[in-house]
Ligand binder design. Structure first.
Ligand code: ADP
Length: 550
């Protein structure tokens, strides 16, 4: 802007200067011409009077300074000339000034020389005898005069040029200075040109509007960040060029990137070809889905095209960790298959025995044995179904009544229930210690029953089972130790799985369903405790359950 103002001022100054020179030169030349004319007139008047009285004699004596006198006869023939031989001169009757003088008594004209370097002024007057006396003088023409004055003109021009540069620079700076120092943060506080007031007012309005919009936008962005930041699912928004617009913390963890990936191409986050293909598919068809395994987890990708009106704006990628769901589905499938199998076996036995009895194919003396077999298999089924019902109750997390439970009493009760089984196996079952715990009584009994039942079932004849209940300031511990067959280390973690048995035939022979320890584990978890097992094959096992006091 400074340059533009400077240039404008400079051009104006130079134009004015040139115009002034031309005008002044013109005026001066005119003035000079009129002075010359007056002088010619005066000199001609004097010369005419002298010729009237002295005739040719005067002309022969006179030597006019810078002027030329010519005496012309009535027919235009030159009678005398102060510079040239009159005889050699052509007839002057047709000369403009001479004609005027013949007609009106006076005449005047001017003519340029052939080279245009000189201008000759003529003035003629008719004398009383009818002859004409003419005076002429030569002046330099305007271009010659200008050429003659070129040096001073140039000096003046250069000086004026320098002055106009300095002034133009100063003025343009002074004009621009207030504009350069406008405070755009506070437009109304500027004390500058009043012509700028409407602009500054408009600017202030826009500034307020922008600030308001920015605050609203920031608020919404913060809300969006808080919402997406709290999401367990990963969320990535891409624009139509495939660049990351937004990525929440869960997605950043998944792709192992920082927040600086915003604005970058999605390929800098992940180069998985399947994922790239799914994104392209969503861009074209509207949505796509994909399942990927990463770091031992299974992830589900739901990709949708984001549209605004008819136009596609980008895609939204939602990432779910579906590992637990898949594992749950898998274990549910396994559980269903196992349950079917476990139910089928006793039912087939019952069906087979019943058919034999029905068709009278059993000897009368064997009938009681068959009937007892049917009854024991049916009892197994009932136990199995009860266990399944209990497990599904625990799975569904149904509300159970909490109360203060005396663990010593509960253990004694279960010991009594299992006394016969222990006696049959010649196992000595003892309970020592006591503690009160805020728990669900039914589950406590469940835990104690199953642990003691297993300790008896998988014991050796003449072995023992010790149930110990102890208490510290922060926890209550129940341990069930036996002197039985023990559990090999590789099975110790798996015995809590549904239908998992170390020795299938032993378990079935002893009426096990394979669900006892699963129920124990679930019940312990429901009560907020932990269970661990220590076992040495051939020496025995100890199951320890710890409940933290609330
Ligand atoms: P089951 O009905 O077969 O007893 P559980 O879930 O109670 O089912 O136990 C799972 C498996 O763990 C049993 O089949 C058995 O092999 C093993 N087990 C459980 N308790 C003991 C124990 N006290 N001593 C040795 N093995 C045990």
């Amino acid at each position: 802007m400074t340059k533009k103002i400077f240039r404008s001022i400079f051009i104006v100054a130079v134009s004015v200067l040139l115009a002034a020179i031309v005008i002044i030169m013109g005026v001066m030349y005119d003035y000079f011409l009129s002075v010359e004319r007056n002088q010619l007139r005066t000199e001609l008047t004097l010369a005419a009077q002298a010729v009237e009285s002295n005739g040719l004699e005067y002309l022969q004596q006179v030597s006019p300074d810078g002027c030329r006198l010519t005496w012309i006869d009535q027919d235009g023939a030159v009678l005398f000339d102060t510079q040239t031989d009159a005889g050699a001169m052509e007839n002057h009757a047709q000369r403009e000034e001479v004609q005027q003088a013949f007609q009106t008594g006076e005449g005047e004209s001017s003519r340029y020389s052939s080279t245009l370097t000189e201008k000759t002024l003529y003035r003629a007057v008719r004398l009383s005898d009818g002859t004409v006396l003419r005076i002429s003088t030569s002046l330099y023409s305007v271009p010659v005069l200008l050429l003659g004055m070129l040096q001073p003109i140039c000096i003046i021009f250069i000086l004026a040029l320098v002055l106009s540069i300095v002034l133009a620079r100063g003025i343009s700076r002074r004009i621009v200075h207030p504009l350069e120092n406008i405070n755009f943060e506070q437009p109304l506080e500027n004390n500058t040109y009043e012509e700028l007031a409407p602009v500054l007012t408009h600017m202030e309005q826009q500034r307020r509007q922008i600030r308001q919009q920015y605050t609203e936008l920031k608020l919404r962005q913060d809300e969006f960040n808080v919402i997406t930041g709290g999401l367990k699912e990963g969320l990535v928004l891409l624009n139509d060029a495939g660049n990351v617009v937004s990525i929440n913390p869960a997605a950043r963890r998944f792709f192992q990137v920082g927040n600086d990936c915003v604005g970058k191409d999605f390929l800098t986050l992940d180069r998985n070809p399947e994922l790239s293909r799914a994104i392209r598919e969503a861009e074209q068809s509207g949505k796509s889905e994909l399942q990927l395994s990463r770091d031992g987890h299974e992830y589900q990708f739901n990709i949708s095209r984001v549209e605004s009106g008819e136009e596609a704006r980008g895609v939204a990628i939602l990432i779910f960790d579906v590992t637990d769901r898949l594992l749950a589905e898998q274990s549910r499938r396994e559980f269903t298959a196992n349950v079917s199998h476990e139910l089928k076996t006793p039912l087939q036995t019952i069906m087979g025995s019943a058919e034999l009895l029905e068709n009278d194919m059993v000897k009368p003396e064997d009938r009681p044995r068959f009937i007892a077999h049917i009854r024991s298999e049916a009892a197994r089924l009932v136990t199995l179904i009860n266990d399944i019902i209990r497990l599904s109750q625990l799975d569904e997390n149904t509300e159970l009544p909490w109360e203060m439970v005396d663990l010593g009493q509960a253990a004694q009760a279960e010991a009594e229930t299992l006394a016969q089984a222990a006696e049959e196996k010649h196992v000595r079952l003892t309970v020592c210690g006591s503690a009160r715990l805020y728990a669900v009584s039914q589950l406590v009994h469940e835990i104690l029953y199953n642990l003691c039942d297993n300790a008896i079932k998988y014991n050796v004849t003449g072995g023992s089972v010790d149930v110990r209940i102890s208490e510290t300031d922060w926890a209550v511990t129940v341990s069930v130790a036996d002197t039985g067959v023990g559990i090999p280390p590789e099975h110790q973690q798996r015995i809590f799985e549904r239908f998992y048995r170390v020795d299938k035939s032993h378990s079935k022979a002893s009426g096990g369903t394979g669900l006892g320890l699963s129920i124990v584990k679930h019940a312990v978890q429901y009560l907020g405790g932990v269970i661990r097992v220590e076992s040495t094959p051939g020496a025995g096992s100890t199951f320890t359950v710890t409940f933290h006091k609330q």
